[in-house]
Write a protein that binds this ligand. Structure first.
Ligand SMILES: [Zn+2]
Length: 360
């Protein structure tokens, strides 16, 4: 890639994304890795082979800098740490989601079910009943050695990485900027060929897309850097891709407002009226898992439209801030079925139990 930086694509089991990029960076006589891959035997073997190709072994990995808590980025680090004692660092914003994943009493899928009910997606929940367990199993989950909180500089031998919180894809997502060498280790915040999913996490915040757009603007305000994404090829300009992503979400917000004006009232109905993927597929042609992602993506857009004052919602303004238009109510505080239990934290700012309806 560049002096002392190596891109190592590792395999994924899904039919969707083919691989995840791990970046190995020379760090003294050892290595620091950005992201780790999915805890699969095949991925571990591929990582060992790739490290051997650059004169290293797995035990040389001193440290993992993890961009976010999704299993394709985080879980192999836990396995390597058990063997060699590498340090694992993760964004502090992931704490709540990781607690929910580790805590066997709080099933993340229960969280998604509640979100989908809010979206009016009961028929989809019925369809998903069988698919859910397979998609949700596996992985190695333990806490990191340290939480990276706020923006901070991380010194490697010969370079400095700036860890920058970029909430949106997940609430604790980090990018690592190497300003001295003009490199952006972008995780899933900026991907070259697809738009990252928004807020697919157990501790979903009230306005994940609002957070995401703010994080895009934040990285756009840095000098333009080479884009080193977690999925897909390296490209020359992070700025160019960020501009495309912002334009995509602008179009998507307009289209989402349009289907509400045309009569859809819930996130589920709106998702059903929109087209999906670059191939403009019908909602009904997606598999149930991707229908779930589509409904949650639509809800994220609807809540931004409410925040912007372009739509009104039966739940009032999301995010616990004053509504953008008169007549909005304050967001329901933690209450209903989520309060008190493991989901209580989650429910903060998220009205639960009722289907949320939107109107222009
Ligand atoms: Zn990913």
């Amino acid at each position: 890639m560049a002096d002392g930086v190596h891109r190592i694509p590792l395999p994924l089991p899904n039919d969707g994304l083919r691989s995840v990029n791990v970046y190995a960076i020379a760090d003294g006589d050892g290595l620091t890795l950005v992201d780790s891959g999915w805890a699969l035997a095949e991925a571990r073997q591929r990582l060992e082979d790739a490290l051997a190709g650059i004169g290293h072994e797995l035990g040389d990995v001193r440290r993992f800098l993890i961009t976010h808590v999704h299993r394709d980025h985080y879980t192999l680090a836990v396995v390597v740490r058990r063997l060699f004692g590498s340090r694992v660092l993760l964004g502090a914003g992931e704490r709540e989601s990781l607690n929910l994943i580790i805590n066997t009493d709080a099933s993340p899928s229960a969280v998604y079910r509640r979100l989908l009910l809010r979206c009016g997606a009961l028929p989809l929940l019925e369809r998903m009943r069988r698919n859910w367990p397979e998609r949700d199993q596996g992985g190695e989950w333990e806490k990191p050695d340290a939480w990276l909180d706020g923006t901070q500089e991380i010194a490697l031998g010969g370079r400095t990485l700036r860890a920058i919180p970029t909430p949106g894809h997940t609430r604790g997502h980090l990018v690592f900027a190497d300003l001295g060498h003009g490199l952006l280790f972008a995780g899933d915040h900026v991907l070259p060929h697809i738009t990252p999913s928004i807020g697919f996490e157990p501790a979903r915040p009230p306005l994940p897309l609002w957070d995401y757009l703010g994080s895009l603007r934040l990285v756009r305000s840095l000098p333009d850097l080479r884009l080193l994404p977690a999925h897909g090829a390296v490209t020359g300009s992070a700025h160019a891709r960020i501009d495309e992503l912002i334009a995509h979400h602008d179009r998507r917000l307009d289209a989402t407002a349009g289907v509400i004006r045309a009569g859809a009232s819930t996130a589920y109905e709106a998702a059903g009226a929109l087209r999906w993927t670059r191939r403009e597929r019908l909602f009904d042609d997606l598999d149930p898992f991707n229908q779930m992602m589509a409904v949650m993506e639509t809800a994220a857009h609807l809540d931004v439209l409410v925040r912007q004052g372009r739509l009104r919602s039966s739940a009032g303004a999301p995010g616990g801030e004053p509504a953008g238009s008169p007549g909005g109510q304050a967001t329901a505080a933690a209450g209903g079925e989520g309060a008190g239990g493991p989901g209580g934290e989650l429910a903060r700012g998220l009205p639960v139990g009722d289907v949320v309806r939107y109107q222009a």
